[in-house]
Design a protein. Structure first.
Length: 115
């Protein structure tokens, strides 16, 4: 009963977390909720006014890019933590299943040895 409850709780937590997870496509991980990474702007060197406008654009881009990178790192860390937790939970479940089988096997052997 406890294992079933833990499984249900794990599935609920996993399904909630998946909404925030990134994705892997062709071996490349991408965040799922950080928006689109914007390409850096080009510096216009045609005049002083154009250059100054370019610098303003670079500053605005950098602010947006920093937000994207922060989101990317946070999401990657969350995905890594979820992957590690899932793997650790599966290992613990496997060990418990093996131990249960071992206990049942020993009990059956003892019962049969008495016959």
């Amino acid at each position: 009963m406890f294992n079933k409850l833990m499984l249900v709780l794990s599935l609920i937590i996993f399904s909630i977390t998946v909404v925030k997870a990134g994705s892997v496509v062709n071996g490349v991980w991408s965040p799922g909720n950080c928006g689109i990474k914007q390409p850096p702007p080009v510096i216009d060197q045609s005049s002083i006014d154009a250059y100054n406008k370019s610098i303003k654009t670079v500053n605005e881009w950098q602010h947006v890019a920093n937000g994207y990178m922060t989101c990317l790192i946070n999401e990657a860390n969350a995905d890594n933590a979820l992957i590690a937790k899932t793997a650790n939970d599966e290992q613990a479940n496997f060990r418990a299943e093996v131990e249960k089988i071992k206990t049942e096997t020993e009990a059956a052997k003892q019962k049969l040895d008495k016959q």
